[in-house]
Design a protein around this ligand. Structure first.
Ligand SMILES: CCc1ccc([C@H](C)CC(=O)N[C@@H]2O[C@H](CO)[C@@H](O)[C@H](O)[C@H]2O)cc1
Length: 820
């Protein structure tokens, strides 16, 4: 047979059982008789990965043969979660593997639970990146991810007893069967040093970047399988490796240990994920992390481009690079360095190629989250790039001067260099100037980008701005997370929706159908029982699956207003104790706070303290339970989301760029209580007024309220229930051992309340009552929930990826032919 023919391992029960049994001996090195569950998990993973890499190489051949255009997604974060079940499902071998494991005396479900989440991200941005990669493969697009192989991902959260304590996430302690270490794919990455100018007789000046320090970036490949498709793409994560040569200075001083320590130090670059998701980090190590993975990725992309026989002028025709927020924005300067300094292209030619290749997605309007680096730091760590950024800025401001002669304020506003606040490089400006497309992640967010943060850029280049509303993958968030619902949908409308989520609309005519309504409510109740078991296991709290499960799961942040939900809980608690008959509910919180974000950590603490009192108050019983689910992550989200009746999306309007949890919860039949913020607006448009509970100020009203709205004290004076709830918290009712604990929180709500929790409270409780009323009518609720699911097809990540492909990347699917 043709030696280069790629093997094609059998995917039937027999074939899988053989591979798994071989792997436990040959790869894991254990006797099947003694093998532990973890051994069998590894063996199963190896049996799958050998099938995935076959398809990966097939896919790569097809792409090379078909001369495709590729998209590269550059992201500092990938919140992947567990890989075993997803890979089994997407490879189409879940059930045969389950049988094969059973034949070997192993229960697949216990194995699945052993796997740690790959938590290489903070929240929305990281999870979106993971959903996008899965959809690129599922739809057959030539799409690759680049990122960092952090040794320590998102910290593990524990409560001791009420406040968050962070524990390192040593997720690689057992190794990782899914990764292919690529010792043949190493790139040198430089830092520090200085730049030398070389004036050539022909007049042009060339630059060399000399001395400084070097670390190697080594690739680890994670194959990414498409669902029901033979295409397997790749996620390449870089790890820092010390270069071989020693700093002889220490060596000659016989300070061998120091020399080695110095080496080891260089490997810390890829050691840990920064757990911040809303405030720019500003640390030198963070900048080094950003440049480290960007430089390795661009060197790798150019290498592949040239190895495929293309010349550099073909770059924008064959390569699209998406910048996932500003975190990889240094790529604009790095590609210029590679093209001009290394490949000796002229500046203008290089600039034209770079701008047509890059596109930038913004995920937040929060000023404190926008990265700006001190010029002094950039100059020290990346001296050549600072020079290049000056040149880019010079040429850019020339354009602006030409377009708006004499308008120096506009120049200062647009400049990549912020001359105020100690001269800082605005990475968002570098990303916009260096890209041919800029997008927000929901219609309102993109509109606000054009009207506020990037107004001057929008006036300059309106054609560059597009909206691409986020989405979520139905494979993980419906088929894997909610098999009972998947089964029910299959019975009613077939399974096409799994490949084309708009097909859910076929459910609409059945929304009134009593049988479907009953079946739907039974599925929800079964999922609530499953969650209640997990909550009992993790927290000891007993939940009654027959009351409303009201869920707020997301990172802890003031603008996401977990405090609004908490005040509602305290209000209900006080009224129950006062003998009022309120609708019973379970309120479940989940989410991590950035370790340095004191206010967010305070919110976690007060929620846990209130929950403890409420849950142990005999006067309340089952009518109200409040739980803070510890260590909320992707794998726990997939248990919580199918069990939710109500989805809390209550951010201050204008602050949540999109949200994606809102989409996952609605697709699993939860009804949304939400403000007109981010993608909530598009969800309302899709599901209809009658299937959602909208409340509160709009983004414009928030701006108006900030200007001349009543202060919180004035509002509290009008709302005794609310005032009593605030009073209860600040008076130490929930912290009897230390009454003063939340005095500051009381003061914060009365005198600051920057996100208008107090101002929106009345409208919020009114919306909660609307939800209670509808929930009491199980038929009406079931109908609304079914309509929700039927009308959420738009929020599939497959639609999102198609929008990026058509509006930004200009790529087309290249499905691997069954014959190949
Ligand atoms: C530099 C520190 C840092 C790290 C991450 C971030 C992310 C942009 C924060 C984030 O995850 N944003 C969320 O992105 C989601 C995906 O687009 C949106 O759905 C959320 O609304 C947005 O908050 C900001 C700042």
């Amino acid at each position: 047979p043709e030696v280069t023919h790629l093997p094609n391992l059998p995917n039937d029960v027999e074939g899988l059982r053989q591979s798994i049994r071989d792997a436990v001996v040959r790869v894991v090195g254990e006797d099947p008789r003694q093998a532990t569950e973890r051994d069998w998990m590894e063996a199963l993973a190896f049996a799958i990965r050998e099938r995935m890499v076959e398809r990966r190489l097939l896919t790569r051949r097809q792409f090379a043969d078909e001369d495709v255009k590729r998209v590269y997604y550059l992201s500092m974060e990938y919140l992947i979660g567990r890989m075993l079940e997803a890979n089994l499902r997407n490879m189409g071998i879940l059930e045969p593997a389950r049988q094969a494991m059973a034949d070997l005396g192993v229960n697949l479900d216990t194995i699945l639970d052993l796997e740690d989440d790959a938590a290489l991200g903070n929240g929305g941005l990281g999870r979106l990146a993971a959903c996008i990669l899965e959809s690129l493969a599922t739809q057959g697009y030539p799409g690759y991810g680049y990122g960092i192989r952090y040794e320590f991902g998102m910290f593990r959260q524990e409560f001791e007893p009420y406040h968050q304590v962070e524990h390192p996430d040593n997720w690689l302690r057992y190794g990782n069967p899914w990764e292919f270490p690529r010792s043949d794919r190493k790139y040198p990455i430089h830092f520090y040093g200085h730049v030398v100018e070389h004036h050539h007789p022909r007049g042009e000046t060339r630059y060399t970047w000399e001395n400084g320090e070097e670390v190697l970036a080594m690739a680890y490949d994670y194959p990414t399988a498409g669902y029901g498709r033979r295409n397997v793409n790749n996620l390449r994560l870089w790890a820092a490796k010390a270069t071989r040569d020693f700093d002889l200075r220490y060596f000659n001083e016989g300070d061998y240990i120091r020399a080695v320590a110095d080496k080891a130090e260089s490997e810390t670059i890829s050691m840990v994920l920064y757990p911040n998701d809303a405030t720019a980090i500003g640390k030198e190590l963070r900048l080094k992390q950003e440049y480290f993975f960007v430089s390795a990725s661009l060197q790798d992309i150019l290498d592949r481009h040239l190895a495929l026989g293309y010349n550099l002028d073909a770059l924008p025709d064959k390569v699209a690079i998406q910048l996932n927020d500003t975190h990889p924005a240094i790529a604009v300067a790095e590609l210029m360095r590679l093209l001009v300094d290394c490949h000796e292209l002229s500046w203008d030619r290089a600039w034209d190629l770079a701008r047509r290749t890059f596109a930038y997605t913004n995920h937040t309007l929060m000023p404190e989250a926008l990265e700006t680096w001190p010029v002094e730091l950039m100059e020290r760590v990346l001296p050549r790039h600072m020079g290049i950024i000056y040149q880019i800025n010079h040429d850019f401001l020339e354009q602006v001067r030409h377009r708006y002669p004499g308008d120096n304020d506009r120049l200062a506003r647009l400049s990549i260099i912020d001359e105020q606040n100690g001269r800082r490089v605005r990475m968002a400006h570098l990303a916009v100037v260096g890209s041919h497309r800029v997008n927000g992640v929901a219609a309102l967010h993109t509109q606000l980008l054009q009207e506020t943060l990037f107004e001057d850029f929008y006036n300059l280049w309106p054609e560059r701005f597009v909206n691409v509303t986020n989405g979520v993958t139905p494979r993980l968030w419906m088929i894997q997370a909610n098999p009972a619902l998947t089964e029910l949908l299959g019975q009613r409308i077939g399974n096409d929706w799994q490949y084309d989520l708009d097909r859910l609309r076929a459910l609409e005519p059945y929304a009134h159908d009593a049988d479907l309504q009953k079946a739907f409510l039974d599925v929800k109740r079964a999922n609530k029982v499953r969650l209640a078991n997990l909550v009992r296991e993790r927290t000891g709290v007993e939940l009654n699956p027959d009351v409303m499960f009201d869920v707020q799961i997301k990172r802890i942040h003031e603008y996401k207003r977990q405090l609004l939900k908490l005040l509602h809980v305290v209000d209900l608690y006080r009224r129950i104790r006062a003998g009022e008959d309120v609708a019973p509910r379970v309120v479940l919180f989940g989410g991590k706070a950035a370790p340095g974000y004191a206010r967010a950590k305070g919110i976690i603490q007060v929620i846990n303290e209130v929950a403890d009192i409420v849950n142990h108050d005999p006067a309340v019983g089952d009518r109200l339970k409040c739980v803070f689910f510890p260590n909320y992550e992707v794998s726990s989200a997939s248990i919580i989301i199918p069990a939710a009746d109500v989805s809390e999306q209550i951010s201050t309007a204008g602050f949540e760029a999109s949200g994606t949890g809102n989409m996952k919860l609605a697709l699993n039949g939860a009804l949304t209580i939400g403000t007109l913020d981010g993608a909530n607006i598009e969800i309302r448009d899709a599901v209809g007024e009658e299937s959602i509970f909208i409340f509160g100020m709009t983004a414009d009203e928030v701006v108006e309220h900030r200007r001349n709205g009543p202060n919180p004290e004035a509002i509290l004076a009008q709302q005794p229930n609310l005032a009593a709830a605030v009073e209860m918290i600040e008076s130490g009712f929930f912290t009897c051992d230390d009454p003063g604990t939340h005095g500051d929180l009381g003061r914060y709500l009365r005198h600051e309340d920057p996100f208008f929790v107090i101002a929106d409270y009345a409208a919020y409780t009114e919306a909660c009552e609307r939800a209670d009323t509808l929930y009491a009518d199980r038929t009406a609720w079931a109908e609304a929930a079914i309509l929700n699911v039927a009308r959420m097809g738009y929020f599939s990540i497959d639609r999102t990826v198609r929008d990026y492909a058509n509006q930004i990347w200009d790529i087309i699917p290249e499905p691997v032919a069954p014959s190949r």
